[in-house]
Write a protein that binds this ligand. Structure first.
Ligand code: ZN
Length: 288
């Protein structure tokens, strides 16, 4: 081996070691779901697992917080076995046991990864730390006590609006444009400045602690579609201690999850939440 090749090899190994992953090692993902209302996790969880497995960058486990296991406290996955937890919990999910909540907070604060998919920002309005991780959320009684509305105005300024009112709503499903707001972020690099998604639910009026949030992309919530007339956050990252979160409002059901716009942003967002870096390419025909 020449000296030059050796240097390249050492550099290559070092760049993986920085992420806590060995060269060629797969990212370990836990997809977490549980009983909920309004969304068919029994169908969307297998769809999310399929996407991750097809990308061949991930090794996936599934964890289900059954009602019995949260009530008797036996629901206690070992989060430290995973590089990232994909939350497919949703509206009406039962609270995780206290000890499991503390485990998850420690895991995230110490550099864990989380992906919040669509309705995962609907559950657990009273779990303070979880709401810091999602940044903003909706429904389940969220209001001005949950924190400000977060959106971007027509001048491109980020607004934290503390006015009173419900958190979370959406009009009828329709196709909408996603506008990239941070072209240089690793998740967004190489994506076109705008692209279409849907028909899907365009979540608006989300509110929460809204701390340490980077808005990667917005969707305009049109008043014609019973929306707010605001540019609503559609893709975000949040930091929580040393932990990284990717938050997508997209993906109501299987058809929406299988759209190219969801697939690419979800896979790249999951990789980033796990490692802080993105190697999964943007397909040439994105978002088709
Ligand atoms: Zn939905």
């Amino acid at each position: 081996m020449t000296k030059r090749r050796l240097i390249i090899l050492v550099f290559f190994i070092a760049s993986f070691a920085m992420n806590g992953l060995q060269a060629g090692e797969k990212i370990k993902v836990l997809v977490a779901d549980g009983p909920q209302r309004a969304h068919k996790y029994q169908e969307t969880t297998p769809a999310l697992i399929r996407l991750l497995e097809d990308a061949s960058r991930f090794e996936v486990d599934h964890s289900h917080s059954s009602l019995e296991s949260v009530e008797d406290g036996s629901y206690r996955p070992d989060f430290s076995d995973y590089d990232v937890v994909v939350m497919n919990e949703g509206f009406g999910a039962a609270d995780w046991p206290e000890a499991t909540q503390r485990d998850f907070e420690d895991y995230m604060a110490n550099g864990g990864g989380m992906v919040s998919v669509h309705a995962a920002n609907n559950c657990w309005p009273d779990w303070k730390e979880y709401n810091k991780m999602t940044g903003i959320g909706g429904w389940s009684g969220r209001n001005e006590m949950s924190g400000p509305y977060l959106y971007i105005n027509d001048d491109g300024e980020i607004v934290r609006d503390t006015s009173p009112g419900r958190g979370g709503s959406h009009g009828p499903q329709h196709e909408f444009e996603i506008v990239v707001r941070d072209q240089e972020h690793p998740i967004m690099k190489g994506l076109p400045p705008t692209f279409m998604h849907g028909p899907d639910e365009l979540y608006d009026r989300l509110r929460g602690p809204a701390e340490n949030v980077t808005i990667l992309a917005t969707a305009y919530s049109s008043e014609d579609k019973k929306g707010t007339g605001r540019h609503e956050p559609a893709l975000m990252t949040i930091t929580y201690g040393e932990g990284r979160i990717f938050h997508t409002i997209l993906g109501h059901h299987v058809a929406q999850i299988e759209e190219g716009s969801f697939v690419t942003t979800f896979l790249r967002g999951t990789e980033w939440a796990a490692t802080g870096d993105v190697t999964i390419p943007v397909p040439a025909d994105f978002p088709n």
